[in-house]
Design a protein around this ligand. Structure first.
Ligand SMILES: Nc1nc2c(ncn2[C@@H]2O[C@H](COP(=O)(O)OP(=O)(O)OP(=O)(O)O)[C@@H](O)[C@H]2O)c(=O)[nH]1
Ligand SMILES: [Mg+2]
Length: 308
């Protein structure tokens, strides 16, 4: 996990995408430049957060480092920016935390930039309210944090961090977006299954779980894409079941004559990543959004679960 935001190296010379999506988000070079921040001194393992909204459902992104949690949030924010305002909650962390305040002020600019992938180092620990533009109401709140505090493959038995326990203990309804990563080794995947089962044992039985196979465009899962709008979900869930034995079974209820799956399952692609160089010849990862069908599919599941 990187806690510092080093957008500054690229922001001054890197052109901001000029598409409608980005301008809707207000991404200007100046705003991106403002997104500079110093290294954080917070230890999220013991850090206590402030949850100011005890009512709106929470959507918690859960997964190992680099599985694509932040970029999923970036992609959803871009996709939904016409309909919803994404408002970082300033009170989530200490109000005197400069870095977090800068992140809150400049979140939309960072999300709109083609260097957004670079900025995930910065957009890594936050609470984001999703407000309906028509009436200002908060539909849900996304919780985003570094994967190493959720499941660190090197320390699979680490207890959950303080902020996650606070969230678990809160009265808000919760929707867990659990990322499945084909890139983990077999041992890591087995450890991750145990971790998710551990999570299941501490969360409310009414909480919803959505399994998300991200990076569907990678070689291992590409064959399940029939067309940009059509995924072979049956094939993909069998494949994921083979990678993560016992996982779906723990979220399935069985009677003599019936079987009920207590989870949703979907595929996702945040976008494409191309290594580019800025005017100074410095390398950065340029991000272009993937097909809209991915955020549309995921959002329709989240919205359904948010509504109960
Ligand atoms: N091919 C491909 N790569 C992806 C996709 N989504 C994310 N990635 C890659 O994964 C990297 C990490 O994505 P992040 O969103 O920062 O991952 P994260 O889960 O937030 O990681 P931590 O914050 O460290 O826990 C990106 O920089 C991309 O290189 C995808 O849909 N397809
Ligand atoms: Mg992240």
């Amino acid at each position: 996990m990187a806690t510092n935001f080093d957008f500054s190296d690229i922001s001054s010379s890197n052109p901001i995408d000029n598409n409608a999506e980005n301008s809707a988000l207000g991404a200007t070079p100046d705003k991106v430049k403002e997104s500079r921040a110093s290294k954080s001194s917070i230890d999220p393992r013991t850090y206590n957060v402030t949850l100011t909204d005890p009512v709106s459902p929470m959507v918690i992104l859960f997964g190992p480092p680099s599985c694509g949690k932040t970029m999923t949030l970036v992609r959803l924010t871009r996709f939904l920016s016409g309909q919803y305002d994404f408002m970082p909650d300033q009170a989530f962390k200490n109000s005197d935390n400069d870095e977090y305040q800068k992140l809150c002020s400049n979140f939309n600019a960072a999300v709109g930039s083609d260097a957004a992938a670079q900025g995930t180092k910065y957009i890594d620990f936050m609470l984001l309210r999703v407000n309906d533009k028509t009436n200002g109401r908060t539909l849900c709140q996304f919780v985003e944090s570094p994967g190493e505090f959720l499941f660190d493959p090197k320390k699979p038995d680490e207890p959950f961090p303080a902020y996650l326990n606070q969230i678990i203990a809160s009265n808000n309804r919760k929707i867990w977006l659990v990322f499945l990563e084909a890139g983990l080794s077999q041992t890591e995947r087995f450890d991750y299954v145990r971790k998710i089962q551990n999570l299941k044992s501490v969360i409310n039985h009414r909480d919803k779980v959505i399994f998300v196979v991200n990076k569907i465009d990678l070689l291992a899962t590409r064959s399940f894409i029939m067309s940009p709008t059509e995924i072979n979900m049956g094939g993909l869930i069998n494949y994921a079941n083979g990678l993560y034995p016992g996982l779906f079974e723990s979220f399935t209820r069985k009677g003599i004559f019936w079987t009920t799956r207590c989870f949703d399952f979907t595929a996702f692609q945040t976008g494409t990543y191309v290594v580019s160089r800025d005017q100074d010849g410095k390398e950065y990862k340029s991000f272009q959004s993937g097909h809209d069908s991915h955020p549309a599919r995921l959002w329709s599941i989240i919205k359904k679960r948010v509504r109960g």
